[in-house]
Design a binder for this molecule. Structure first.
Ligand SMILES: Nc1ncnc2c1ncn2[C@@H]1O[C@H](COP(=O)(O)OP(=O)(O)OP(=O)(O)O)[C@@H](O)[C@H]1O
Length: 311
């Protein structure tokens, strides 16, 4: 149990008569990167605020390295770095000034501030930007400053709420790489509505749907669930469905978007090579074959259906 950094126990949050977070339980260990995945309005930000002690739960508790965040907020919060949905940046300050201020606010000893600022800048690729006004930085660099202020006191737990929203693809790639790297030394919780982001960055994932956790497990299990034994096939000269069904392992064929065919295959079967063989031998004009990945919405539907069936 020693290396448990975050423990959420039966967390609930009600607004008026609206239960927006319902009975959320989980724990996180040192070095893990946890993806907290859910569509807009699922309750991610509300959960992040409760985890960081910025919002009191209606019931339930949060412990950071064994310290209760309601009973001992100062001690527990010292172990957390938090990047809220809107980064808390004073845009009229330079990067150095902002990070020096953050270090002081996070209680870094006066004599260690300079070192903490240099180290956070280096980890977040900000050294070149030290003297620049935050207002003049691109959104991607502003987000890096947001992450730098969250890690400046070298906290055990780093919580990032939708850190890649509004960034361009190159900035997104860089920020994801940075988050992945943080996982080595800290526990990281990353809230996002982007399924591939979780697959790229996290080793654990929790899916929240209408305030409830509907999945809590390793990323590999989710990937398996997502791949779902389906292939998309593009043939310029497609044969009758019966011909495709004759291929060993193929269990169904249906039309998909853009003139493609969706083939389902039996669990454990790997028919791709046989399909390619048949296509070449019979001149079906194969121009595409790839796994048909389930969208986030479909994964939600599958998971909520399983949940309902289990109850
Ligand atoms: N202060 C509040 N008062 C009343 N309802 C609220 C309040 N804050 C959030 N909610 C509601 O709680 C639900 C969950 O909101 P939350 O911001 O946690 O979702 P989210 O998953 O973070 O989505 P988003 O990515 O859109 O922020 C939403 O229906 C929202 O309208």
């Amino acid at each position: 149990m020693d290396n448990v950094t975050v423990e959420a126990d039966a967390l609930n949050r009600v607004y008026g008569s609206n239960a927006v977070v319902r009975d959320v339980n989980f724990s996180l260990r040192k070095g893990e990167v946890l993806g907290f995945l859910g569509p807009n309005g699922a309750g991610k930000s509300t959960t992040m605020k409760m985890l960081t002690g910025n919002l009191a739960p209606t019931s339930g508790s949060v412990k950071i390295c064994g310290i209760d965040i309601i009973e001992q907020p100062k001690e527990a919060k010292a172990l957390i770095g938090y990047l809220p949905e809107t980064p808390p940046l004073y845009k009229e300050l330079t990067v150095d000034e902002m990070l020096t201020l953050s270090a002081r606010l996070h209680g870094v000893a006066r004599g260690s501030v300079k070192k903490a600022v240099e180290s956070a800048k280096e980890r977040c690729g900000l050294t070149e930007m030290s003297k620049r006004l935050i207002d003049n930085l691109s959104k991607g660099y502003q987000q890096r400053v947001g992450i730098a202020q969250a890690i400046i006191h070298n906290p055990m737990v780093v919580i990032l709420d939708e850190p890649t929203v509004g960034l361009d693809p190159i900035q997104i790639r860089d920020i994801r790489a940075l988050i992945k790297e943080l996982g080595g030394e800290h526990s990281v919780i990353l809230s996002t509505h982007i399924l591939p982001e979780v697959e790229m960055v996290c080793d654990h994932v929790q899916i929240i749907h209408k305030g409830q956790l509907v999945f809590n497990g390793s990323i590999d299990v989710l990937k398996q669930q997502r791949h779902g034994n389906r292939l998309l096939l593009g043939l310029t000269n497609a044969p009758d469905t019966e011909e495709l069904l004759k291929i060993d392992g193929v269990v169904s064929v249906e039309p998909a978007a853009n003139g493609l065919l969706r083939l389902r295959y039996a669990e454990g079967a790997a028919p791709a090579e046989r399909i390619v063989q048949s296509a070449v031998n019979n001149n079906w004009g194969l121009y595409q074959i790839n796994p048909d990945q389930t969208s986030l919405e479909e994964v939600f539907m599958q998971l909520t259906y399983q949940e309902a069936a289990a109850n």
